[in-house]
Design a protein around this ligand. Structure first.
Ligand code: TYM
Length: 333
């Protein structure tokens, strides 16, 4: 059976536009194309940096509500919380024993995140984070993993570990492919349009949170950094800000970049900004309502998660018992 899987961290009250356009939008489309879809909230990844327990619990439910509101359908997809599937943590240990220290040290996201905290103070869990991510994927024998560009290196490590294990112990894991949609794989910060949009940027002026007041986001879009030229054209090198706005509008409307560029002939950047803000507002306004409705019924959310964990555990347990057997663990009597 062809399987797709991905995860999004519950590290904020709202997903941002990069999370949606780079990842979740593809999840929604792919749940129809694959036999099985697994979408989960990696709460264990979230605690690799200091995290408030009450906020984590709240954000985990909020993340599930956002996935549902964005179109992830529990009738088509298995939706679960990572910590509800303990087999993932068990598999992580085995994988960590075939991961090289040097190999893990080369992960650029670790280096960036650790540098922000001062490397000495960074948790060992932040260092082994990519191995947990490999276990997330390999436990489910997944073919395709839809992510943004920033996860590419972690997917490469996952593939290396799968191949290494298969070579050493015999065919065990499906080797997954990253599914990265080039046009939308990196949505940029509105104030700093050569850096990716991220909740950990120094300022949040360039960050669009889906659940923010649409007026607030409109203001951020109107203040987006562009360039001193005035022709609306798509040119990542010389017009990164304008290109980012065109990308966002194209992704939210389904209109092609060329079509949008043609529609702005003879118009100013102001037009592009105002219309991009309108398109965003049209998208997030109903979304905010749906998320509120879903959050009002925690029993419903928890039931979806319980069913998801049940299904996910059955599959992960099958992989884990094969792995335990292959590495030579004595089966408990
Ligand atoms: P996370 O939670 O940081 O981000 C969730 C998804 O959003 C994508 N993304 C972006 N895409 C385009 N432009 C941006 N500016 C942008 N910012 C974020 C990310 O690439 C990601 O796809 N380690 C993962 C979560 C994870 C996971 C997994 C993913 C844990 N286990 C297993 C896939 C499979 C992460 O921190 O994503």
């Amino acid at each position: 059976r062809a399987r797709v899987l991905s995860g999004i961290q519950p590290t904020s009250d709202s997903f941002h536009l990069g999370n949606y356009l780079g990842a979740v939008k593809q999840w929604v489309a792919l749940q129809d194309d694959f036999d099985d879809a697994f979408y989960f909230i990696p709460d264990m990844h979230a605690i690799t940096v200091p995290t408030d327990p009450a906020a984590l619990r709240d954000r985990t439910r909020r993340s599930v509500a956002q996935l549902l509101a964005l179109g992830v359908d529990p009738a088509k997809s298995t939706i679960y919380v990572q910590s509800h599937v303990p087999e993932i943590a068990q598999l992580t240990w085995v994988l960590s024993c075939i991961t090289g220290f040097g190999e893990a040290s080369r992960m650029t996201q670790f280096k960036d995140k650790a540098a922000r905290q001062g490397t000495e103070g960074a948790a060992v869990g932040l260092f082994t984070y990519p191995i947990l991510m490999a276990a997330d994927i390999l436990a489910f024998q997944v073919d395709s993993v839809p992510v943004g560009e920033d996860q590419r290196q972690h997917l490469e490590l996952t593939r290396d570990l799968a191949n290494r294990f298969n070579t050493r112990f015999g065919e065990t894991f499906t080797v997954p492919d990253a599914y990265i949609v080039k046009e939308f794989a990196k949505i940029y910060d509105l104030q700093n349009p050569t850096a990716k949009m991220s909740k950990s940027a120094d300022s949040d002026a360039g960050l669009i949170n889906l659940l923010d007041e649409p007026k607030r986001s409109a203001k951020k879009i109107r203040s987006a950094v562009t360039d001193s030229d005035s022709v609306v054209a798509f040119d990542r090198e010389n017009k990164p800000g304008v290109s980012n706005l065109l990308t966002i509008q194209s992704a939210l409307t389904g209109r092609s970049i060329d079509e949008l560029v043609a529609s702005y002939e003879g118009k100013q950047y102001g037009h592009l900004k105002v219309e991009t803000a309108e398109v965003l507002s049209d998208f997030v306004t109903p979304l905010r309502g749906k998320v509120d409705e879903l959050l009002a019924d925690t029993d419903h959310l928890d039931a979806i998660l319980a069913a998801g964990a049940h299904k996910a555990r059955a599959i992960a347990a099958t992989t884990l018992s094969d792995v335990y057997d292959k590495v030579g663990f004595l089966a408990p009597a």
